[in-house]
Design a protein around this ligand. Structure first.
Ligand SMILES: [Mn+2]
Length: 377
């Protein structure tokens, strides 16, 4: 009878530059420290619980930005958990190449890398064979599954960095179907690449995607962390260990009744959490053409309340022209003409005509056109 215990993580992205946050000095560095803190929390749990394995299924670091100092630090953390075997594969951000740290580092004796040279390893003391399909030169590495045969009297685990069951049209990273993966006889498939935790692939529920250890962007909502698992006599049992909620918050704020910047700042403040977080705020609703928000100045005024803030204005322009129809001439007939054409069910067309009306009236009345409105459609 065989039993193993394991932790499974991936997409840690040590040294990611966080370029979208670069206009806040110090913030990218602070976020990189958050990654280290989350990693340390996980390592500390490994040290305490001593699982047989720690699976890291790719994108441990950023090949383009990581240096020997980071790698040495990571290797030292692996030295701290000597009773656990660390098994790793490459991801698309740290792909296998001749100068990859996966190949050039002098890793501690409890660290095993599965790649081009050897993509499987059998641990007799655990009666467990571990296979790996990471990210090498080129795409479509999942073809290597064809050569992987599981021996049924062993525990068989696959580490895989890629897409499972993607929709046609998406960019393909080692894409494979859950059906194919499940048919191979693995007892557990440690998947990474997608940054959201997921464990509901396929039918047999052996495929688990760890998600990124720490949320890395506004599209990474929800909980982040790693997976803990046991395979006992072929029975798989897993649980997700959350290291915290994403610090990235997307907010949509309707500014229909807001007359000026002071009111808008008050409204935004009322929606912010007490903890300093990273916000992406989209302003929605209809506002008068006379209401103009200086987004840069608003962002500056709220800087103290948040870690990071980006505001996007997606409001539509509201104006009632019916009361202006009393006057005559070119202006009147222009309004009438546009109004006639606006009696269509095509909302997109109506919006374009609404803007044509605004620009046209500006041209007639003020002899200039306020083009800044364009970007707000
Ligand atoms: Mn990744």
């Amino acid at each position: 009878m065989s039993k193993i215990t394991f932790f499974h993580c991936g997409d840690i992205h040590f040294d990611i530059p966080f370029t979208t946050l670069s206009n806040r000095p110090g913030l990218p560095g602070q976020r990189r420290q958050d990654i280290r803190d989350s990693f340390l929390t996980m390592i500390e749990q490994v040290r305490k619980e001593k699982p047989d394995f720690l699976f890291i299924a790719g994108d441990l670091f950023e090949h383009e930005y990581s240096n020997l100092r980071t790698m040495t630090w990571i290797n030292e953390r692996f030295c701290d958990i000597e009773e656990t075997k660390v098994v790793m594969i490459a991801g698309n951000h740290d792909p296998e190449a001749n100068n990859s740290f996966y190949k050039t580092m002098n890793w501690n004796s409890n660290v095993y890398y599965l790649g081009e040279e050897s993509n499987r390893i059998y641990f007799e003391e655990n009666n467990c064979e571990i296979f790996g399909i990471g990210f090498g030169p080129g795409y479509g590495q999942s073809i290597k599954l064809n050569d992987m045969v599981c021996e049924t009297n062993r525990i068989n685990v696959l580490l895989f960095h890629g897409d499972v069951d993607i929709d046609i049209g998406n960019r393909d990273y080692n894409a494979v179907s859950s059906n194919v993966l499940e048919s191979k006889g693995f007892d557990y498939i440690a998947l990474s690449h997608n940054h959201k935790f997921r464990d509901d692939y396929g039918k047999s529920r052996i495929i688990h995607n760890a998600g990124s250890l720490e949320a890395l962007g506004f599209d990474e909502q929800g909980a982040h962390g790693f997976i803990k698992g046991v395979i006992d006599n072929k029975r798989l049992d897993t649980s997700f260990v959350s290291l915290g909620q994403s610090k990235y918050v997307n907010l949509k704020i309707n500014v229909e009744d807001i007359a000026d910047e002071v009111q808008l700042i008050e409204l935004i403040k009322s929606k912010l959490s007490e903890q300093p977080l990273l916000y992406r705020i989209v302003l929605t609703g209809k506002k008068s053409i006379a209401t103009v928000f200086d987004l840069n100045s608003i962002e500056k005024k709220l800087e103290e309340e948040v870690l990071f803030l980006r505001i996007k204005d997606e409001t539509k322009i509201k104006k009632n022209y019916d009361d202006t129809l009393q006057t005559g001439g070119l202006r009147n007939s222009f309004i009438k003409k546009i109004k006639e054409r606006m009696e269509t069910d095509n909302e997109e067309e109506r919006e374009i005509l609404n803007l044509a009306l605004i620009y046209g009236l500006q041209a007639i009345e003020e002899e200039k056109v306020e083009t800044g409105i364009e970007g707000q459609i």
